[in-house]
Structures are given as C-alpha cells and as structure tokens.
Design a protein around this ligand. Structure first.
Ligand code: GH3
Ligand code: MG
Ligand code: MG
Ligand code: MG
Length: 314
C-alpha cells in the first residue's frame, strides 16, 4: 500500500530538486576535521556569495555530498580515520560526481604530497595557513569555468532542457528520492511521430523549430519537481515525481492534447501539427536502474507506435 505524500514531504522534495536545478548561487562543500577552519571558511565564502555546507565528520561524506549537491568540494588532506586523498579518489570513481571540481587544503607542501593530491584527481591545492586572496581567486575562477562547461554539458542547445547525460543523473537522483520517501515515480519516453516526414517536407530547419517548441512546452507544462530531458534526436524523457501510473498517463494525455493543438505555420495558408507517442513505466520501489526502466518504457513506446501512434501506453 502506497503511503500518500504529506505536504511537507512533497515540499522538501521540491525544494531539493529545485535547488539542484537552480544555478544561481554556487554551492561549496567543505570537509575538514578542524571546526575552526570550517567556521572561518564559511564566513569567507559566504562573503563571496557562495552557498556553503560544512562537514567535520568524513564518515557522513556521501550522505552530505548528495544532499548538498555541491559545485565544488574543498577537502582537508589529513583527517582522523580518513584521508582527503581517499575521499578524492572515491569521488572520482563515482559516476554522479566524477567531474566535481576538488580543491585541497594542506599544511604539507612537499613534492610527494602534492603529487599524491593530483594523482588522486584533485584540481588544485592551497597551503595552510590559507591566504584569503588566493583562496578567493582559485575558488571563484574554478567555479566560473565549471559553470560555463556544465551549462553546455547539462542543457541541450536546441531545446533548452536537460541533455541525456544530465538527465540520467537527475533520474538516478529521482529514483533515490522516491525510494527514500516512499513516493510514486513514473518515467515516460516521448517520441515525435513520423518526424522524418516533417524534415522531408519542410526542411531540417523547420524540424529544428518543432523540436525547440516541444522543449519549451515540456518546460512549461511539467512541474518543477519533474525532470525533462532530450533523450536524443526527437525523443524526450520525463520523470514524473509523486505520480503513479494512472496520474502520469492523465498528465501525459493532457500534454499530448496541448501538443496536438500546436500549429506550425509554413505559409500564410498552410500549417501542420505533429503528434507524439509515449511509453510509460512506473518505478516499483525495487531499486530498478534507469537502464532497466528505460528498457521497459521503450517496449511500451514500441507498442504505442505499433497500435497507431498519437497515444500513451503503459
Ligand atoms: P516514428 O513515428 O516511428 O517515430 O517515425 P519517425 O520518422 O519519427 O522516426 P525515425 O526514427 O525514423 O526518424 C526520426 C527522425 O528525427 C530522423 C531524424 O532526421 C530526425 N531528427 C533527429 N534529430 C533531429 C534534429 O536535431 N533536428 C531535426 N530537424 N531532425 C532530427
Ligand atoms: Mg585536518
Ligand atoms: Mg525516434
Ligand atoms: Mg519518431
């Protein structure tokens, strides 16, 4: 039996997901066993308009990393039980975080240590005691560079929604959230019908405009806690958080209706519209991977195409 979501649960999930989608204030997570250093850094970084999370106990690292979802990680080299080097190596092999910028703080500055730090995958290091101006320059410039490249990697240039790569990250997070909060979750793949004909008849440029408009309407018609992405070509995936299969089908049908009404003018007198087919799958709290869910929704999509297109199939 499914536990209905309380208002607070839904709100906190929305807050979490929205925070990750918003990219206004960069987030920095600092891990250091020295609480005084944490406090000093917190005050400094807050002055530079960064959102700061602090962690003194590296045992909670993964949990805090996931909830803080930082844009940059500052790691202390020496901590009891854990070395920053080990944490850094582990982050580099975690698929969700492998490209997170990592800056080390270290009171050791011998060659051997520095070599180890970079070998573990660090992007930069700073000596303790920390010089404020150095810290500011290094952190802000690294954040800016990663913001620019992340923007390009995360958002599809044509449609403005998540790319495949970023979308998979978000779906993985959504699956985890749904599991943890015992929430319903559905994924749907939307594939434009006979899109090749649109290109053939009206040209690739018009086809691009149709895709662009599809992305815009997806953004407008799905809630902020849902995740929308361009899966590739004329295929899109939506993660519907807090919706069971029936609710998802309802919402997708509403969207199909909106999309069908969308007219594209070719000349003053000639216009066309495009439909889509969708395959839906419900996540059953069983730890299924995105890959597995994809296979199931792709089967449903195939059925939607086989049975006449322009429809949603579970
Ligand atoms: P179906 O209803 O079975 O999905 O038919 P379809 O024609 O949509 O399917 P098919 O997979 O054969 O063709 C997809 C077309 O989408 C072919 C490809 O040229 C077009 N397409 C993919 N990406 C883009 C793009 O970025 N811009 C444009 N204009 N067309 C694209
Ligand atoms: Mg230390
Ligand atoms: Mg296709
Ligand atoms: Mg198609």
């Amino acid at each position: 039996i499914e536990k209905p979501a309380s208002a607070e649960e839904i709100l906190s999930t929305i807050a979490q997901v929205m925070q990750q989608q918003r990219n206004d204030r960069p987030r920095v997570l600092i891990v250091d066993d020295d609480i005084h250093i944490l406090k000093v850094l917190q005050i400094l970084l807050a002055q530079w308009d960064l959102e700061v999370s602090l962690l003194a106990d590296p045992k909670q690292f993964w949990q805090v990393l996931e909830s803080a979802a930082p844009d940059l990680l500052i790691l202390d080299l020496n901590m009891p039980d854990y070395s920053g080097i080990d944490l850094c190596r582990a982050v580099r092999t975690a698929s969700l975080w492998h490209d997170l910028p990592i800056v080390f703080l270290s009171s050791q500055s011998d060659r051997q240590t520095i070599r180890q730090i970079f070998a573990a995958g660090a992007d930069d290091y700073l000596n303790k005691p920390i010089v404020e101006a150095d810290l500011q320059t290094r952190i802000l410039s690294r954040l800016e560079r990663s913001r620019v490249s992340r923007q390009a990697a995360d958002f599809d240039g044509l449609t403005g929604i998540y790319t495949h790569r970023r979308g998979i990250q978000s779906l993985t997070q959504l699956i985890r959230l749904a599991t943890r909060n015992h929430q319903s979750l559905c994924l749907a793949i939307l594939d434009l019908d006979l899109f090749k004909q649109v290109n053939d008849r009206y040209g690739h440029g018009v086809g691009d405009l149709v895709l662009k408009q599809f992305g815009k309407l997806l953004r407008q018609n799905f809630r902020s806690e849902d995740v929308t992405m361009r899966w590739g070509g004329e295929e899109f995936v939506v993660g519907l958080y807090g919706a069971n299969s029936q609710q998802s089908i309802e919402r997708l049908n509403e969207f199909l209706e909106i999309w069908r009404q969308q007219k594209f003018l070719v000349t003053a007198t000639e216009s066309f519209s495009v439909t889509f087919s969708a395959g839906v799958v419900e996540y059953l709290q069983d730890g299924s991977s995105v890959e597995l869910l994809y296979q199931r929704m792709d089967k449903a999509l195939y059925q939607a195409k086989e049975t006449g297109r322009n429809r949603i199939v579970l």
